[in-house]
Design a protein around this ligand. Structure first.
Ligand code: ZN
Ligand code: ZN
Length: 410
């Protein structure tokens, strides 16, 4: 067994989720990776966890359910399933998710069934979701290599070599080597975020204008009191954790009705088992009013995605990632948001994180009044390119370069 997995498990427990003495930890993990889940559980109890609650997943079984289960089940939910997540969140549990799946594993399933299920389950787990979005609970998402995923990423080599390449890529992005202290590497990594968020927060920008040669010309207004965040988060109890590992982005929330213009995607977008290579959204007063895709079937998929609820057709996240980021420099497409979002400037349609002053403690109505978008969905899509320029405009009309040719101007 690769020794690095032990370091990885310890890193996720001590730094990623940072489970506290006496705290309940919920781990979501694919059944095939039970060997790794056991390592996590062992580290969690060593760190003083009160109890580890497992939530097993299996992509093939999920696929069969979406394909063959009775149609009416996708419009209902069992209250106890939602209650379990809501109760654990209320009790202050931490939530660690391990992803490791085939990007094409849901191919052929009826996407509408997934959307219908989201529509009933999303509102039912609102308490849990809200606690997570506002960082009121510790949460962390990380990944393990998977064979079909590796083959998809590296189709021109044998399955075994592909798996080795994906494994190396994951350890490299997780800053784990055979002889380093990954916790120390993450501490240093985290310091780099602070400098840039401080600079952007000091500028207190009114809006950002994105332009590139692909036809992106988009203006995004930022709400009053917004702040930029990146790297680690802090729960109200003062516990520092990393919501995403890896992470290379700094992000804030856009003003829900302040987005205008056209943006062209720069990396494939996975939805309902399909991969959409390229698309463009046109916005008017915050709302997506036009979707362009090469394939009409793909346009329909995106239309479904942005009509899950009222807020799904508006932006909820503005994230900056240099074109020269380590993940971008790997020049590999992961077909997974956790990695690909860290290789490119991105936006998300759907819910925003409450990154405005006092946002975490605001009611839904107060957040809406402050200009934040709300939705049961949150989907990142990539818009960064080598020639992307982003110009910030201050409240007194000064123009400040934020990104020049794909990278930070400062
Ligand atoms: Zn992001
Ligand atoms: Zn996001």
């Amino acid at each position: 067994m690769d020794q690095r997995y032990e370091k990885y498990a310890k890193l996720l427990i001590d730094v990623g989720i940072n489970v506290q003495q006496g705290q309940t930890l919920v781990i979501r993990c694919p059944v095939e990776k039970a060997w790794f889940a056991r390592m996590l559980v062992s580290e969690a109890y060593k760190a003083g966890a009160r109890e580890v609650v497992m939530r097993w997943g299996d992509q093939e079984i999920s696929r069969q359910r979406y394909l063959h289960a009775a149609d009416e089940i996708f419009d209902t939910f069992r209250p106890w399933e939602a209650d379990m997540l809501n109760t654990l969140a209320r009790e202050g549990a931490a939530f660690l998710s391990i992803i490791s799946s085939d990007p094409d594993g849901m191919k052929g399933v009826d996407h509408a069934r997934m959307t219908r299920e989201d529509r009933v389950f999303g509102p039912a787990v609102a308490e849990y979701r809200e606690a997570q979005m506002a960082d009121k609970i510790q949460w962390c998402i990380a990944a393990l290599p998977e064979e079909n995923w590796a083959r998809k990423m590296f189709p021109h080599v044998s399955g075994e070599v592909a798996m080795e390449k994906l494994t190396e890529a994951i350890f490299s992005t997780m800053r784990i080597t055979a002889d380093n202290d990954p916790a120390e590497a993450w501490r240093r990594h985290n310091e780099n975020f602070s400098a840039r968020t401080a600079k952007l927060n000091g500028l207190n920008l009114k809006s950002l204008r994105y332009t590139n040669s692909l036809g992106t010309d988009l203006t995004i207004e930022l709400p009053d009191g917004h702040y930029w965040e990146g790297g680690s988060s802090r729960s109200p109890r003062g516990v520092v954790f990393f919501p995403n590992m890896p992470t290379e982005e700094i992000f804030t929330a856009p003003k829900r009705d302040g987005v205008n213009g056209r943006v062209v995607s720069t990396k494939p977008f996975a939805v309902g088992g399909e991969i959409i290579d390229k698309f463009a959204f046109t916005f008017e007063n915050g709302k997506i009013v036009k979707i362009e895709t090469a394939d009409p079937k793909h346009r329909k998929l995106l239309e479904d995605e942005i009509s899950v609820d009222q807020g799904a057709c508006r932006l909820g996240e503005v994230a900056l990632v240099p074109y020269d980021s380590p993940i971008s420099n790997m020049d590999a497409l992961f077909y997974d948001t956790l990695f690909d979002e860290n290789a490119s400037c991105h936006l998300a349609f759907g819910a925003s994180y409450p990154t405005i002053k006092g946002g975490a403690d605001m009611t839904e109505a107060e957040r809406a009044a402050a200009g934040l978008n709300q939705s049961i969905t949150h989907e990142d899509f990539m818009v960064g390119s080598a020639d992307l320029n982003i110009t910030g405009v201050t409240h007194d009309g000064r123009e400040i370069p934020v990104f020049v040719n794909g990278n930070f101007a400062f």
